[in-house]
Design a protein around this ligand. Structure first.
Ligand SMILES: CC(C)(COP(=O)(O)OP(=O)(O)OC[C@H]1O[C@@H](n2cnc3c(N)ncnc32)[C@H](O)[C@@H]1OP(=O)(O)O)[C@@H](O)C(=O)NCCC(=O)NCCS
Length: 173
């Protein structure tokens, strides 16, 4: 009898850190590498996707810095990946939807992603924003990137999601 696969997205715990580290490491072209120590320190900002209790995907978020007051609180969704053999089964969407649901509770002004797969993120309501509008991201993250000489020549697309028009994180088909 064929065994049914059980798919599950849940909050990560410390025990998941090595698996998350390995998944991010397997996607050097699409994801910013993250040391294990960074993953452990931010484990409460990670979600994992499991298939039959094996972690096969992850998603995370980070709060971008503000000086003084949170005038434009912005959250970045990052480290989104699903292992190749489990793609196309809805896990990527489930991870991003769960991350959006979680960060929405913090009432950010905007949720951003920097991505090579803008079409994937468009289905959640993200749309392209000028990189100049997310300078705090460029200063904290992109400044240390050694792949491109400038964030403005980097092919990653900056996208933002806001709820000022009352739209929720509903997936578009
Ligand atoms: C992007 C990624 C997370 C999607 O994971 P996944 O589990 O295959 O996604 P799903 O199965 O939930 O896909 C749902 C839909 O998104 C579409 N989709 C998946 N990857 C896509 C991509 N790269 N570009 C555009 N659409 C994509 C699928 O075709 C599917 O469409 P459908 O519902 O109309 O059939 C996965 O391809 C991945 O890990 N890529 C490498 C890492 C990466 O690029 N991460 C994003 C950078 S921030």
């Amino acid at each position: 009898m064929k065994k049914t696969k059980i798919y599950h997205v849940r909050e990560a715990g410390f025990v998941d850190a090595p698996a998350i580290f390995a998944i991010i490491k397997r996607h050097p072209d699409e994801l910013v590498p993250r040391p294990l120590s960074d993953i452990i320190q931010n484990i409460d900002r990670f979600l994992v996707a499991e298939v039959n209790r094996t972690v096969v995907g992850c998603a995370a978020w980070g709060i971008l810095p503000e000086i003084g007051q949170a005038k434009h609180p912005t959250i970045e969704i990052k480290s989104v990946a699903v292992d190749r053999t489990h793609r196309g089964t809805g896990l990527g969407c489930a991870l991003v939807e769960a991350a959006i649901r979680r960060v929405k509770k913090l009432k950010p002004e905007m949720v951003i992603v920097l991505t090579f797969t803008p079409e994937f993120f468009r289905r959640f309501g993200f749309s392209e924003v000028p990189k100049e509008s997310i300078m705090h991201k460029l200063y904290t993250g992109c400044l240390n990137c050694s792949k491109y000489d400038s964030p403005f020549t980097c092919p990653e697309v900056a996208m933002g999601l806001t709820w000022t028009d009352g739209r929720g994180p509903t997936r578009r088909r």
